[in-house]
Structure formats: C-alpha cells, structure tokens
Design a binder for this molecule. Structure first.
Ligand code: HEM
Ligand code: NAG
Ligand code: NAG
Ligand code: NAG
Ligand code: NAG
Length: 537
C-alpha cells in the first residue's frame, strides 16, 4: 500500500484525494484540531509563567506571550533594568523572555557555584534567539556546549598565552601608530567623535593580528572591509523580526530557524559580492584566507590563523565522552572561531577605549597621573613599548580595571544555561534553565568595592585585593573571556600612545554624563566627543 502511494504521480495523487475525501469534512476537522492545538499551546504558556512562583522566586510583572522581552528590547537598557529589579526583588529573582524563564542573580555564592564549582553542570550559554542547535558541529567556541566546548577551549587556551601574545605585540604597536597618525591629521584642536577612530583601530588590529591581512582601513574612510564588518553589527542589531520570532515562538524554533537560514542562504547566493549579506561575506573572506594558508607553507605568519591551525592540546581522553576526539581544530573550526574573534573583539575593545577617553577628558587629574607614569617608563625610549612592558604600569592597570568596573560592557552575555539537572543553594535547576548575572549591581556594591563610594571613579580601589567574582567585566570561571589578556594589552598600548601624544580635553558640546545604549554591548549612544591637543614632547 505504502509502495503504491509513493508511486503515484502528483496528478493521480490529487485525484486520489478528490475521490475519497470530502473537502468540507477536511476543513471542519482541520479547524477543530487547530483550535484544540491552540488551547494546548495557551495552556502550556500559562503553565510556563508559573515557573518562578512554583519555586518561591519573585518576578516582575510581565505581559502574557511577550513576557518582559518587549520592554527589555524596546528600552535598550538591559543592565539598568536588571539592577532596578534587583533593587526591588532582591539579589535573586526571575523574569521572562517570551515565556522562557531567566533567573537573575547578583549573589556571589550562587555565582561561585554556577560559574566555578559546578561549571561542568552549566556548560552552555544563554540561548540566543537565532542560535543553532546545541549539537551543530559548526558552532564556534562561544556557542558550543559541553564536551565540544571543553575540547575547543583546551586547544585554544594556549593560543592566548603570554608567550604567544608577545609575538603579536609589534603588530598592535604598529596599528596604534597609525591611530595616532590619523588623529594627528584629523584631530588637531577640533572636536572629534573619538569612538569612530577607535572602531577603525580595533578592526584594523583584528584584521592584522587575527588574519594577517593589512588593509588600509584606518586611513581610508570608505573601506570595503571596514564597511562590511560594520554592517555585520548593524544588521544583527536590526534583525529584529527573526529574533522576536525565535523568542516568542520558542517551541517552533526547530522549524523556524532552518527556514530563516535557508532564506538567508538563498539570498546570499543570488546576490553578487557587493550585495552579499555581510556575515556571509565575512565568512567567505576568512574561509579563503584559511584555505590559502593551508595550501602554502611559505605563507606562515604570526597571527591567529596560524596559531589556531597549529594549536594542539594534549588532553586526557578519559575526560571526554565525545565521538570526535581531535586534539586540534579542523580548518572549518578555525574559520568559525576567527569570525568569532572578529565579532567578540571589535566592538568590546573599541567601546572600552571610548569610555576611557571620556574619563580622561572628564578627570584631568587622572590624566596627569597617567601621563606622569607613562613618561617615567617610556619617555626616554618609545620603542620600549611592548606587550610585556605595558603590563608593568601599576596605575594604568588600576585605571583600565576601574573603567571596566564603572562601565561594564558585555553584561548581556554573562550567563549560563544548565546542562545537567542540579541544585544550587536550594534552587532546583532543570536542564536548559538559564541564569544571568546582574553585573551592575555587583560592580556598584558598597560591601564589595568600598569603603570609597563605588559611584566615584577611583582607580586606587583596585590596590586592595577584592573577591575575584566582584569583577564581572570579562565574566568568570573556566568560561570567562578568552581574549581578556589580549584586550588588556591592546587597550594599554593604545592608551599609552594616546596619552603620550595628546592632551585629551572635554569638548564644549560633549556630554557630561554618558548616555548608554545596549544591545549585546553596552556603549555610549552618541559616541565620545573630545578635543585633542598635541603635547610638545
Ligand atoms: C574589553 C574588551 C572585551 C570585553 C569587555 C569582553 C567581555 C567578554 C565577556 C563578558 C565574555 C563572557 C564571559 C563569561 O560568560 O563568563 C566574553 C567571552 C568571550 N570573549 Fe571577550 N571581551 C573583550 C575582548 C575580547 C577579545 C579581544 C576577544 C578575541 C580575541 C574576545 C573573545 C571572547 C570569546 C571567544 C569569548 C567566549 C569564551 C567561551 O565561551 O569560552 N573577547 N568576553
Ligand atoms: C530604561 O529606558 C526607558 C526608556 O528609555 C526609561 O523610561 C527607563 O527609566 C529606563 N530604565 C532604567 C532602569 O534606567
Ligand atoms: C553536578 O550536578 C550533580 C547532580 O546532578 C552533582 O551530583 C554534581 O556534584 C555536580 N557537579 C559538580 C562538579 O558539582
Ligand atoms: C609596520 O607597518 C609598516 C608599514 O606601515 C610595515 O612596513 C612594517 O613591516 C610593520 N611592522 C610590523 C612589525 O608589522
Ligand atoms: C557517553 O555517551 C554515550 C552516547 O552519547 C552515552 O550513552 C553514555 O552514557 C555516555 N557516558 C557517560 C559516562 O557519560
């Protein structure tokens, strides 16, 4: 019988339906089934909103179906909102994205368990709305879970060691020199939005350090590479509709996401290179670079492509229960992780530089103090600036940490998803339950950061040893920011060269207080406007 049906032609098939099934009956049946299914779905929604009540955890008011997501995405102040809720509901509470429960905490005991002690039970990140399935073999380090994450992280950790970063130092110094050069041309005693320059600088640094490609993107205002990469960010911020669908129709993601991916794929195939969707363009470019490197031994360079291709790890097989136990990254994995470095290292680092400039322009005494320290170390010989020497400047280190405490940047990604049912401090975690950290409440906690008021910008507070969990700018535990050391070195080299060359002054039209906007990154909405005055040394 089955065999018969398969052999029917399309025409026969419709005839077959026609003669045997009454269309009216089909319509009625479909309507009734649909109504029943909708009721079941609504019942399920209603039940999911009882999640926190069942556990005796407080949660703010929500809209049926939307949860708290509409207000969160509309107001673009995720971090402030979490803090406001913490002020009302206490250190641990819940909210809903669509009907998905998210637990929020600023309780360091809970964070200690989730991020460190039981990190193997929380081996996934919060599900992004457009996220692929957990077991997708093409996931990058950021998105992968469980043993796949562990294996990749063990292979990649050594590529960010001090010794490896030392080799990248000269490239970073080179990129910084270009930044200073461009600022010299454009920024002489006229107001500039310095955030724009930092964006080009960090992107230039990534293309040079990660991909070994020198593109003239700091000098060239209309640079194809820069524009495409910028578009990746603008587009992903504007992919609102698919994101909402992913959140609100959570149960149907299995069908929805492949459709969206397919549509994007088709769109990118019919377009020519100019109209290619930016993310596909970026993947293609990086794929080409990796392939070229694989095929030609002579092209060996000191950059992340090479580091990742060469990376091998001697881990113990017994620790893993994973079919694919390669102790190195496949070329495809190298490619996806390089794209990740671009996404994770570009806006975060440039935003940190923007905040730093705002502070320098606002607090002249901080700037003087840094200028003094920098002159003492490097005035005699600027060529001493390298990835090791910049880490020895004590006050600069405090300053950068204070900037990142005062203006934490990546709060929305500091979260974990439970991958193995467990209990933490009396809270039952089911699989897939997400816990997010309220970083602002932690960074402005009197007990953790006193006695000087945390609302005061005061670098010296880092002289006292604090609870490591009180600093959440790079997350914490084995799954913290893998690029932290690299970012700190890049920040410090840039700040040193900036301060030794220019006096950074507040612009007349600049804002006294920064106005924030937050997507994945929390950034100054209107950039940072300053005046630069060349120092005569
Ligand atoms: C100031 C600059 C930066 C900030 C503030 C920042 C912040 C963060 C934060 C908060 C996380 C999540 C940590 C957690 O969940 O515990 C993270 C993860 C990550 N960051 Fe960064 N980051 C910066 C620069 C960079 C750079 C330059 C790179 C790459 C070269 C990078 C690559 C990554 C990667 C790959 C992850 C995921 C790690 C994993 O899941 O194992 N970041 N970052
Ligand atoms: C978030 O932004 C909205 C609109 O911009 C504003 O009304 C609200 O007060 C902000 N919330 C917090 C906690 O800052
Ligand atoms: C993970 O959770 C289980 C309970 O499901 C618990 O027995 C185990 O100790 C936890 N792992 C760690 C490392 O704490
Ligand atoms: C620095 O850049 C110049 C050109 O701008 C180049 O000739 C030189 O090789 C670069 N040095 C390093 C270490 O990349
Ligand atoms: C390892 O994985 C297999 C299948 O994926 C599973 O059946 C088995 O229970 C796992 N073993 C352990 C020790 O987790």
């Amino acid at each position: 019988m089955l065999f018969e049906i398969q052999n029917l032609s399309l025409e026969n098939f419709f005839n077959f339906i026609d003669t045997r099934i009454n269309p009216l009956l089909v319509f009625k049946g479909a309507t009734i089934s649909l109504a029943i299914l909708s009721l079941i779905y609504l019942g399920k929604l209603w039940y999911s909103y009882r999640f926190f009540k069942k556990r005796g955890i407080k949660n703010p008011d929500y809209e049926f179906f939307y949860g708290n997501f509409r207000e969160l995405s509309k107001d673009k102040n995720y971090s402030e909102k979490l803090k406001k809720w913490t002020d009302i509901y206490g250190k641990t509470y819940g909210y809903f994205e669509g009907h998905l429960p998210i637990l929020v905490t600023s309780d360091l005991d809970i964070i200690q368990e989730v991020f460190i002690k039981q990190s193997s039970n929380f081996s996934a990140r919060k599900k992004g709305p457009l996220r692929r399935k957990d077991d997708d073999p093409n996931l990058d380090l950021f998105q992968s879970t469980k043993n796949r994450w562990k294996r990749m992280r063990m292979i990649m950790n050594p590529t960010f060691s001090s010794a490896k970063l030392r080799e990248l130092g000269p490239i970073l110094v080179n990129c910084t020199d270009r930044l200073i050069d461009v600022l010299n041309q454009d920024g002489q005693m006229s107001e500039i939005n310095i955030a724009q320059y930092f964006k080009r600088f960090t992107m230039d640094s990534i293309w040079n350090c990660a991909f070994g490609v020198d593109i003239n993107m700091q000098y060239e205002k209309e640079n194809d590479y820069f524009n495409k990469c910028e578009e990746v960010f603008r587009l992903s911020a504007n992919m609102i509709l698919p994101q909402y669908l992913g959140i609100y129709l959570y149960e149907f993601r299995g069908i929805l996401m492949p459709c969206i991916t397919l549509i994007m794929r088709i769109l990118s195939k019919i377009g020519n290179h100019k109209t290619l969707l930016p993310l596909f363009w970026l993947r293609m470019k990086i794929g080409e670079l990796v392939k070229k490197r694989l095929n030609d031994e002579k092209l060996k360079k000191k950059d992340f492509i090479q580091l990742l291709l060469d990376a091998k790890s001697e881990f113990d097989n017994d620790n893993f229960n994973y079919s694919d136990l390669k102790k190195f990254l496949t070329p495809k994995e190298v490619e996806t992780n390089l794209v990740l470095f671009m996404l994770a290292g570009y806006e975060t680092t440039s935003t940190a530089l923007s905040y730093s400039s705002h502070v320098l322009a606002t607090y002249s005494e901080e700037q003087s103090r840094l200028y003094e320290e920098i002159c003492q170390a490097f005035e005699a010989d600027l060529s001493l600036i390298n990835s090791d020497s910049v880490q020895k400047l004590q006050y600069l280190d405090w300053f950068v940490k204070e900037v990142l405490r005062y203006y934490p940047i990546g709060n929305s990604v500091v979260a974990r998803r439970c991958t193995k049912k467990t209990t933490v401090k009396g809270i039952d975690f089911t699989e897939d339950m997400t816990i997010a950290v309220d970083a602002l409440s932690i960074h402005f906690d009197d007990e953790l950061w006193g006695p000087v008021d945390p609302k005061v910008f005061y670098p010296q507070r880092h002289e006292v040893k604090r609870n490591p969990l009180a600093f959440m700018a790079f997350g914490n535990g084995p799954r913290n920011c893998i690029g932290m050391k690299f970012a700190l070195i890049e920040l410090k080299i840039a700040l040193i060269k900036l301060i030794i060359n220019f006096e950074i002054l507040p612009s007349v039209n600049g804002e006294k207080e920064i106005e924030f906007e937050e997507g994945v990154v929390r950034y100054p909405k209107n950039g940072v406007k300053v005046l630069l005055k060349k120092r005569n040394n």
